[in-house]
Write a protein that binds this ligand. Structure first.
Ligand SMILES: *Cc1c(COP(=O)(O)O)cnc(C)c1O
Length: 464
């Protein structure tokens, strides 16, 4: 055993030193003690492996290092992040930030008991969905609705309840994959429904659907190709054609619209996103969409449509496994309420506020921040820079949203190191790398975060 090991002070001596003593006062003693032991164990292994030229720091310095390490280790892995990627529905960053109204509703219902399944008027047991069903019906014009964990769950539940062991007809041009784990054919397999693919990658006609129908057919499925476009020699039947065919053959038409636009988003530059109300009006029997995409609400999957079919979903045993908790219901209800009034929605729902922010406003902020960031020691140059960004979260990549960024070249090291340092900072900042520069895209940064963002890049100037 190398001699240096003897220089390691006993655990109790270290715990008496100020950095660790104050940590014990602030945190749980057993957490600190076990942290010190683990640190020292690691240190012993390091010393044993590359023993000779590495010493043990003095007790005071050692205690400081251990305290820092424990604070680091105790930090939660799930933490708030400043999203400077510009991608509005970044799945890796939790998609839509919630409106204050949604947070308040969650807080109010989470801190105590809530009328999740109790009708306060009659005192009788009510259905969990009652909290949001009226709002969903109002906003989409549907007869009824259900809410489950996400749109993948909505798809799974719908296919299982309506089509297990039977066939569902879908176009080869719409067999999408969303973010790796959601692949329509796989969800179909998991549901027990049999996928009956028709048409080709680029062209599917209504006759293709018609010819595929047999006694085993349970439904016709249309899926919005949210994250890719097929251009050129292409065709897909319209929803109206599918509905007409479905009516004639007494088959339900399921329309997975994906992002779940509640109104027309083309005024924000987002074209061709199907609107739930339009699908219902066109006669789709069930319409499926996510709660945390264009709706700007909590993660959930929403199905609206015919009462008879919604009843089938509600009474299926899977419903119990996929249903949402009171927090999601509270946040969704508050978000849907805001959507009843477009100006209120634009002002209060962060996603819509980001989308509605005039590009001039972003330019002014980029100019101001670039000046402050340029003064940071870690930065060589920082300039305001016009660019484009995307909705993200399974949205069409050809739809560009105008934006302004602060374009940074680091003073030393490469852009990847700079990016990694910011990601590991406090608060963590995630930007994007474009050619040789690091970009902070302001489209997704709350104006209230601007100073924090500058401080994260130039801790030196923030201290000064
Ligand atoms: C995003 C998306 C899904 C998956 O929704 P999640 O809420 O992420 O489960 C399914 N279908 C379409 C068309 C989508 O765009």
């Amino acid at each position: 055993m190398p001699n240096v090991m003897r220089n390691i002070p006993p655990v109790n001596d270290l715990l008496d030193l100020p950095p660790l003593r104050s940590l014990v006062e602030r945190a749980n003693r057993s957490v600190v003690v076990s942290g010190v032991r683990r640190f020292l164990d690691n240190l012993r292994v390091d010393l044993a492996n590359r023993a000779t030229d590495m010493g043990v720091p003095g007790a005071q310095e050692l205690a400081e290092r251990i305290a820092e390490w424990i604070i680091q280790e105790e930090q939660l892995t799930l933490r708030p992040v400043i999203n400077a990627t510009g991608v509005l529905l970044h799945t890796g960053l939790g998609r839509a930030p919630l409106a204050q109204e949604a947070l308040d509703a969650m807080q109010a219902n989470a801190s105590g008991y809530a009328s999740v399944e109790l009708d306060l008027d009659t005192g009788e047991r009510s259905r969990r969905i009652a909290a949001v069903e009226g709002l969903l019906v109002d906003l989409t014009g549907a007869e009824a609705g259900v809410v489950v964990n996400n749109n993948a769950a909505a798809t799974l539940l719908t296919l299982t309840a309506l089509a297990a062991d039977r066939e569902v007809v879908a176009s080869r041009g719409q067999l999408i994959e969303i973010g790796g784990s959601f692949r329509l054919p796989d969800v179909m397999t998991a549901s027990g429904a049999k996928l009956r693919e028709v048409g080709t990658t680029n062209k599917t006609r209504i006759e293709d659907y018609r010819e595929a129908i047999n006694q085993d057919t349970a439904a016709l499925l249309r899926v919005h190709t949210s994250n890719f476009v097929v251009v050129g020699f292409t065709a897909q039947p319209t929803l109206n054609e599918l509905v007409e065919l479905g009516r004639r053959r007494r088959l339900p038409v399921i329309d997975d619209i994906g992002s779940g636009a509640i109104t027309d988003y083309s005024k924000y530059g987002i074209e061709d996103e199907p609107v739930a109300r339009d699908s219902i009006r066109a006669g789709a029997d069930l319409v499926l969409f996510s709660g945390d995409k264009l709706l700007g609400g909590p993660q959930c999957g929403i199905v609206v449509g015919k009462q008879l079919l919604i009843d089938k979903l509600n009474s299926h045993p899977l419903m119990r496994a996929l249903r949402v908790d009171k927090l999601t219901l509270a946040a969704l209800a508050a978000t849907l309420k805001l959507h009843r009034d477009t100006p209120a929605a634009e002002e209060r729902i962060p996603l819509l506020r980001f989308l509605a922010t005039p590009v001039e406003n972003l330019r002014h902020r980029a100019e101001r921040m670039a000046e402050q960031i340029a003064a940071a020691r870690s930065v060589a140059t920082a300039e305001p820079c016009e660019d484009v960004t995307f909705l993200g979260g399974g949205s069409v990549p050809t739809q560009q949203i105008p934006t302004w960024c602060v374009k940074i070249t680091p003073a030393r090291g490469n852009v990847d190191d700079f990016s990694s340092r910011l990601r590991n900072g406090d608060p963590p900042v995630v930007g994007r790398i474009s050619r040789e520069a690091f970009m902070l895209d302001l489209r997704t940064v709350f104006p209230s975060q601007d100073m924090e963002l500058v401080g994260a890049i130039s801790p030196d100037s923030a201290e000064a």
